[in-house]
Structures are given as structure tokens and as C-alpha cells.
Design a protein around this ligand. Structure first.
Ligand SMILES: [Zn+2]
Length: 459
């Protein structure tokens, strides 16, 4: 076997986000093939063979690549609509448009979502896709293909909805699948695309949408399917007070008890939002090691509330960060969520004791890897882990006078990305994607957004 080619970066600050939060004020990182080979303080070891590139990273902070744990890519082409609504009113306003999506629209929206995140330091993304109109084409294949083209590590959470208006749910009747069709298509997607290898670029999770858009049977059978196939489970939970009321009215219990009764708590589950959780809900998540995707900007945009992240972390709940769909977070960037997670939680009950800058960085990296079930492979900079990392530029006007680089990254302006590596391959240089033409993506997303608006207006 040919020796792995090495890339050496030196003279940078490094935040490893390992178990001890090890940091180096000035250090080096050596990549060998798609792995991190070594890192530490000072200069890289002398005499390394097969070095194909040396990067003088003076003025940079190196961190693990950011991991996004909740998103809906298709919403990239329905941004800026229903901007003053709460969740339920917003959903009812948008479902009729969303139900008209087709494969070219979903492909363009996925490329837009992925491009925006990648140039902001995301190296692992996920898409919770749950709208599959009849005859709309191979939407899962289009999304997975977009992630592969752009070179971003990816989990497709194959979503589904089967509780429409006629069954007391929120989506219109024509926007949902049947129980059997949803389960069969989800299983086929896992079989076609889920990769179990250490350096997998594509994984699939089973992901019924939410308690108010899926039947109890779909939740229960979805959990059984995921466990039979050995893949993870994802859904929305405890997002708003309206959802809590809905669960009490329909099921006679709150969302967390309902999830537990349908098999939806466990170390193979992660749930988006979890805003309205009481102490016993948090205990249940901690006891079962159920993960949380914290989405502070979306929760603010939809006036959902502030998730109790400090209490979750204190109880031992794995927590990652999520952009959420860009119809409720138009920026579509994850690096700004580090800042928003810290700021929003300091407005909550714990005030200044809520989150530190380092905890915010951990949520966006290692915490994300944990909830996606990939903490062995990614999420921290350690020898043997996959080479997913970002060089943040810290010596320009925006950051040069901020005392500490981690504080600069989390509290300062969105930091420029000089280089981002996924699986040892550079996908971003000086803030621009290397794997696709951003202007072409911008153009096609604009066109597909217009086409969707026209089709929805005619319907
Ligand atoms: Zn969501």
C-alpha cells in the first residue's frame, strides 16, 4: 500500500476539543491521508516523509470542523416567508408551498444549504427531509448526491409524515405518505446509502417528522425499523407550548412521556429543539442518553423559547447545535449559532453561569459528533481521528485585537475560513468553495425558488 500523503500546518493556535479541552497557543497539526496523524505544541516533527504541502498557519485558530445536527435543506428556496409567525401558524402557512417541491428544486436547495454551511466551517452536515410529494422523483438521492458533490460528510435523516389534517395533524392531506409507504421508502434508503465504515461520508437515520405530523404507529414502527437496521433515530420534540398542549390533548401526556411510550428515548436517538422540558424530562434524556440538537436562532425566530442547555449538560445529556431549516433561520450558518447559543442561554435562568465560549465550541463540534453517533471518528482533534478541521483567520480587523482565539471565534464576528478540510480533502479556500461554483448555486436556487412560488400560486 502506498504511504499516506502528509499535509503539515504550523504556527497556529489549536483548540482540540478533546476530553481535557487541550489547547496549544502555538502548535502544529499533521494530516496523513484522511486521518489526523499528530498534533501538539511548537513545530511539527522533523524529517516527515511524503509531505505534499506545508501551510504556515500564523494568525489562525484550528478547530475540529463544525457539525450540524438539524436542518431541512429544501427550505433554502422558501426563505423569508411568514416571518412573523409562531411555529404552528408558520407551518400551516408554508406546508401548501412545501408540498409542491420536486427533485430539481430539492437538489438546488440542498446545494445552497450545504454551500452556505461549508464556507462557514461545517464539515459534517445533516438533512432532516420529510416532504415527499407523490411523483416528486428521487429526493433522497438528489440530497445525498449534493453532499457528495460538495465533499461534505453527511447524514440524511429520512423523514416522513402520515398524520394530515383529516387525522388531526397540521400538514394538508396531499402532503403526506401512508404509513407503509413511508417505512418501505425509509428502509430502501438505508439499504441503498447507509455506510457503516469508520470514514463513512454518507449515513442514514430514520426520522418521522414530529408528534403533530406523524401517527403513533409510524413513531413506534419507525423506532423498530431503525433498531432492526442498526441506524440512528431522529425527530422534532418539545419545540413549543402549542406542541405540549397538542400532546396532552391527543395522548394525555407531555411530549417526552409520549416519546418514551413509543420507543423514542435511547442512546441511538437525537431530537431537535427540546425547548419545553421539565426536570423529569431532562432526567429521562440523561438516563437514556438521548441526544439534543439545540437550535437557538430558529427557536428565537419562531418565538419558541429558550432550551435549558445548561441543565441538560449538567445532567449529562449529549447536546449538539443545529441551524434548523432556513425558512426559520434565513442565515443558514452554523458558526453564528456558537455565538447565539451562548447569548440566548445567558438570557435564560442561569444568566452568566449558562455557557462558556469553550462549551459553545464543544456543542458545535464534539457535541454534534456525539448526537450523530460519530464521536469516535470526528468532533475533536486527536491522532487517529478523521481529518475534518477548519483554519479560522484571526489576524484581520474583525478579530486581531480579541484577547483569546476561542472567545474571538465564539463571541466575535463570523470568522473567515482560510481552509476547511473534510476527510483530508480541502473543500474551502479563503472563504470560497473549491468543490462547486457558488455563483452558479446562487443562480439556480433563485430560479428554483421562483419556480416553486409560481407553482404554489397556481395551485
Ligand atoms: Zn426542524
Amino acid at each position: 500500500m502506498a504511504a499516506a500523503q502528509r499535509i503539515v500546518m504550523e504556527n497556529c493556535s489549536i483548540a482540540t476539543v478533546d476530553a481535557d479541552d487541550t489547547e496549544y497557543a502555538t502548535g502544529y497539526v499533521v494530516l496523513a491521508g484522511n486521518r489526523i496523524e499528530s498534533l501538539g505544541a511548537g513545530r511539527a516533527p522533523e524529517g516527515l516523509a511524503d509531505v505534499v504541502r506545508r501551510i504556515d498557519a500564523t494568525g489562525h485558530l484550528v478547530t475540529p470542523g463544525l457539525v450540524n445536527t438539524h436542518h431541512h435543506f429544501y427550505q433554502w428556496i422558501t426563505r423569508g416567508l411568514a416571518t412573523d409567525h409562531n411555529l404552528f401558524d408558520w407551518l400551516v402557512a408554508l406546508y401548501p408551498t412545501w408540498a409542491r417541491i420536486d427533485e430539481p428544486m430539492v437538489r438546488a436547495a440542498a446545494r445552497g444549504s450545504l454551500a452556505m454551511m461549508a464556507r462557514g466551517g461545517v464539515t459534517t452536515a445533516m438533512d432532516h427531509h420529510y416532504v415527499f410529494p407523490e411523483g416528486s422523483g428521487d429526493l433522497s438521492g438528489a440530497i445525498i448526491g449534493a453532499a457528495r458533490d460538495l465533499g461534505v460528510r453527511f447524514t440524511l435523516a429520512r423523514g416522513s409524515m402520515d398524520r394530515s389534517e383529516k387525522d388531526g395533524g397540521l400538514p394538508p392531506d396531499f402532503a403526506v405518505e401512508t404509513l407503509d409507504a413511508a417505512l418501505a421508502a425509509t428502509e430502501a434508503t438505508v439499504n441503498a446509502h447507509h455506510d457503516t465504515s469508520f470514514d463513512a461520508m454518507t449515513q442514514v437515520a430514520v426520522a418521522p417528522c414530529s408528534p403533530f405530523s406523524v401517527s403513533t404507529e409510524l413513531l413506534r414502527e419507525g423506532a423498530e425499523l431503525g433498531r432492526r437496521l442498526g441506524v440512528r433515530l431522529h425527530t422534532h420534540g418539545s419545540e413549543t407550548v402549542e406542541e405540549e398542549k397538542f400532546c396532552h390533548e391527543l395522548f394525555g401526556m407531555g411530549p417526552t412521556d409520549y416519546f418514551e411510550s413509543t420507543g423514542w428515548l435511547g442512546e441511538d436517538v437525537w431530537m431537535a429543539h427540546c425547548v419545553h422540558m421539565n426536570d423529569s424530562d431532562i432526567d429521562a434524556f440523561a438516563r437514556t442518553r438521548t441526544g439534543v440538537a439545540h437550535c437557538p436562532s430558529s427557536n428565537a425566530r419562531l418565538a419558541a423559547g429558550i432550551a435549558r442547555v445548561p441543565d441538560m449538560l449538567a445532567a449529562g445529556v449529549p447536546v449538539g447545535l443545529g441551524v434548523d431549516g432556513t425558512a426559520s433561520n434565513e442565515s443558514g450558518e452554523l458558526h453564528t449559532e456558537l455565538r447565539n447559543a451562548l447569548l440566548v442561554n445567558r438570557l435564560g435562568a442561569h444568566r452568566e453561569a449558562a455557557l462558556t465560549a469553550r462549551q459553545a465550541l464543544r456543542l458545535g463540534t464534539y457535541g454534534g459528533a456525539q448526537v450523530l453517533g460519530r464521536a469516535r471518528e470526528i468532533g475533536s482533534l486527536e491522532p487517529g481521528k478523521l481529518a475534518d478541521l477548519v483554519l479560522w483567520r484571526m489576524d484581520t480587523l474583525a478579530h486581531a485585537s480579541i484577547a483569546d482565539p476561542v472567545s474571538a471565534l465564539v463571541l466575535g464576528a463570523a470568522a473567515p475560513v482560510t481552509a476547511s478540510f473534510v476527510n483530508g480533502r480541502q473543500i474551502v479556500a479563503d472563504g470560497r468553495l473549491l468543490t462547486a461554483d457558488e455563483d452558479e448555486i446562487a443562480h439556480s436556487t433563485r430560479q428554483e425558488a421562483r419556480r416553486l412560488a409560481e407553482i404554489a400560486a397556481r395551485a
